[in-house]
Design a protein around this ligand. Structure first.
Ligand code: NAD
Ligand code: LMR
Length: 329
C-alpha cells in the first residue's frame, strides 16, 4: 500500500453506533477502496475496555485498508493529526424525550472536543457531529475551533434524508434509485422539513407526482420527522446501524463528491442563504465537489416550505440561545 493512511477519529467508539460504524470505515466504505485508514478511538475512561474489545475484533477482520488503531480517553490524543472526525459519543435520548432535552447533558462534551480539534487536528480536518442534538452540538464544537474553517463542521441529517427516500419510494411504488434531490431543511429534530417540492422521481417533480397534499402534510413529513422516536419505541434503543450508514454516506459524499445533477442533505454553517441566520448550523440541500459541501442556491421557496423552514430554524436559534445561556458558546 503506497498511500499515507487517513486518520479517522471516532468518539463514542464503544457505543452502539460505534459498533455499527467502525467495521465499515475499516473496510473502506467511508473513504473509498484505495484509501488506507488509521482509526483513532475516543471513549470515556470506563468504556476504554469495551473499546479495546472492539479494536480486537477489528484486528480479527484483517482489513487490508486498516493501518492501525489507537485508543484514548484524552481528546488531545485522539484528535491529534485527525483528518476526519466523527463525533458520535453522547447520550442518546430515551422514550418520551425530544433530542433538544439532551442539550444540557451532551453540550458539555463538545466544547473540549472543539478545543482539542482546534489545537491538534490536521489542517484538512472535516468534522461530522452525530451526537444529539447534532446541529447545536456541532455549533458548540465549531465555536471552540476558531482556527478551523467553519465549513469543516457539519451535523448529520443524512439519516433523515435516507428515511425520506424510503417513505417516498414506498408511497409511489418505485425504488430509491428513482428518487433525487430530496433534501432536509433545518434541525435534526421533530421540526425538520423534508422537502418534496424540489425532489424528483424519475425526472418529474415529486410533490406533483404524489399529488396528495394531505399525505405530504399528515403522513410523509411527520413520519420522517418522528422516525427516530418510532425506532426508540420499537427497538427500545435509538437507531444505530441506520445512523452509522448515514454517517458513512455523509462523509463519503463530502470527500468523494455528490452525483452530477443531484444534491444531498447536511447540517452546515449558514451563510444567510434562504433567510437562515448566518452562523447557525442548519440542514440545507448541498453538493460537494473538490471536498467542500456548498449550499445549493436559487431554489424557489413557496409559502408552505417557507413556514416549515422558518419554524425549524427558529428552534435552532432557541437552542443556540440556550447553549449561550449555559456558557457553552
Ligand atoms: P450509546 O450510548 O450506545 O454510545 C455512546 C457512547 O459515547 C458510549 O460508549 C459513551 O461511553 C460514549 N461517550 C460519552 N461521552 C463521551 C465523551 N465525552 N467522549 C467520548 N465518548 C463518549 O449511544 P449511540 O446509540 O451510539 O448514540 C450516540 C449519539 O448519537 C446519541 O446522542 C444519539 O442520540 C445520536 N444519534 C444521532 C443520530 C443522527 O441522525 N444525528 C442518529 C442516531 C443517534
Ligand atoms: C434518530 O434520528 O434516530 C436519532 O437522532 C436518535 C433519536 O433520538 O431519534
Amino acid at each position: 500500500m503506497t498511500r499515507t493512511p487517513v486518520n479517522v477519529t471516532v468518539t463514542g467508539a464503544a457505543g452502539q453506533i460505534g459498533y455499527a460504524l467502525l467495521f465499515r470505515i475499516a473496510s473502506g466504505q467511508l473513504l473509498g477502496p484505495d484509501t488506507p485508514v488509521r482509526l483513532r478511538l475516543l471513549e470515556i475512561t470506563p468504556a476504554l475496555k469495551a473499546a479495546e474489545g472492539t479494536a480486537m475484533e477489528l484486528d480479527d477482520c484483517a482489513f487490508p485498508l486498516l493501518a492501525g488503531i489507537d485508543i484514548s480517553d484524552d481528546p488531545r490524543v485522539a484528535f491529534d493529526g485527525a483528518n476526519v472526525a466523527l463525533l458520535v459519543g453522547a447520550r442518546p435520548r430515551t422514550k418520551g424525550m425530544e433530542r433538544g432535552d439532551l442539550l444540557e447533558a451532551n453540550g458539555g462534551i463538545f466544547k473540549p472536543q472543539g478545543e482539542a480539534i482546534n489545537a491538534v487536528a490536521a489542517d484538512d480536518i472535516r468534522v461530522l457531529v452525530v451526537g444529539n442534538p447534532a446541529n447545536t452540538n456541532a455549533l458548540i464544537a465549531q465555536r471552540h475551533a476558531p482556527d478551523v474553517p467553519a465549513a469543516r463542521f457539519t451535523a448529520m441529517t443524512r439519516l433523515d434524508q435516507n428515511r425520506a427516500y424510503s417513505q417516498l419510494a414506498k408511497k409511489l411504488d418505485v425504488t430509491v434509485n428513482d428518487v433525487k434531490r430530496l433534501a432536509i431543511w433545518g434541525n435534526h429534530s421533530a421540526t425538520q422539513y423534508p422537502d418534496l417540492f424540489h425532489a424528483e422521481v424519475n425526472g418529474k417533480n415529486a410533490a406533483e407526482t404524489v399529488n396528495d397534499q394531505k399525505w405530504i402534510e399528515a403522513d410523509f413529513i411527520p413520519t420522517v420527522a418522528k422516525r427516530g422516536a418510532a425506532i426508540i419505541e420499537a427497538r427500545g434503543a435509538s437507531s444505530a446501524a441506520s445512523a452509522a450508514n448515514a454517517a458513512i454516506d455523509h462523509v463519503h459524499d463530502w470527500v468523494n463528491g455528490t452525483a452530477e445533477g443531484d444534491f444531498v442533505s447536511a447540517g452546515v454553517v449558514s451563510d444567510g442563504s434562504y433567510g437562515v441566520p448566518a452562523g447557525l448550523i442548519s440542514s440545507f440541500p448541498v453538493t460537494s465537489t473538490g471536498g467542500d459541501y456548498e449550499i445549493v442556491q436559487g431554489l424557489a421557496i413557496d409559502d408552505f416550505s417557507r413556514a416549515r423552514i422558518d419554524a425549524s430554524v427558529a428552534e435552532l436559534a432557541e437552542e443556540r440561545d440556550a447553549v449561550q445561556g449555559l456558557g457553552l458558546i
